[in-house]
Write a new protein. Sequence first.
Lengths: 280, 56
Amino acid sequence: MRDIKGVFVLEPGTAVDEIRSLAGRQEVTMPETTAEIAATYIPLDRGLEVQTDEAEMTTGATGYTEKTKDFAPRLTGYAKISEQDYRAWFGADQKEFDFIFLLEDGKMIRPPKNSAGKYVGFCGRIFVKFNLPITGGEGKTQAHSFNIMLDNVDQFKNYEITKSDFSMCEIKDIVPLGFDLAVQTGYVDNTATGTLVLKATYRGTGAPVSLLTATSNFEIVSAESDVTVEVTAVDDASASLGVYTLTTTGALTGDFELQAVVFSATPTVTHLSNVINIDV
Amino acid sequence: MKFGSVDFNEKTDWSKWKFEDFKKLVESHKGITDKPEKIAKALGVPIPEKRPKKDE
């Protein structure tokens, strides 16, 4: 069997009819709205270490030794992602997810179908390391570690291998591209409205993101005090610099959190920014 | 709905807006060449009727 090269991370309970095709994967990784995103992919190109505990062996009074317990598999995987992408996972620490492992040759290790005949993932949890960005050296290759612990050994014992129709190289196209969103000029309250200037850049190159031309490209994630906050207008006159002036609800009393998103014509989520807090 | 460089959110309930506030919003964006009245009409912002002058 070939090496594990990545893992699909699914919201717990995500069950789909089809996982072999790229389109089938895209239905959960880059659906029509951000609210519908139920899965993503972590590339483990930097390697992984299997850390499953040895089975428990017990020797009885008669001198007969037998295996009394198996432990569920766990691993530490090193992700080929940016520091900012890794930071986005901080909020997922200790959270429960379902997992499907992807091998180098495109095959998938998955649990048996569920009782409804749908494809699911192994239930388990994810742990991240809260660390400062590592500067240079060999340590950098192991900077973005994920501890993945499966919860059910019996589910794993019955695992199946499924051949996918897509190649490893196509995987990077089935998750939204991450980009950085930062506040350039903070929230200014004009009573009737609030204004805010944001700057969006690509993570790899720092080049400006010029795609956020409509109010639908900015989503309010949450708001303090449960007040209703709306992005009422977006000025993209400086889009070539990645700078956008937003007009929002005015006279706010609490902070709110914002995320930028880009849809393709379908619409399908193709780009997704970090979530930023707007101080009010 | 886009006017010049500014996209206005069509899901916003613009009918609750005061025209004066809306006018300030439009005039604060240099990238808009249309008159505030035209944009207000398109979005459903109530435009106050002009009273006829006394000598008319």
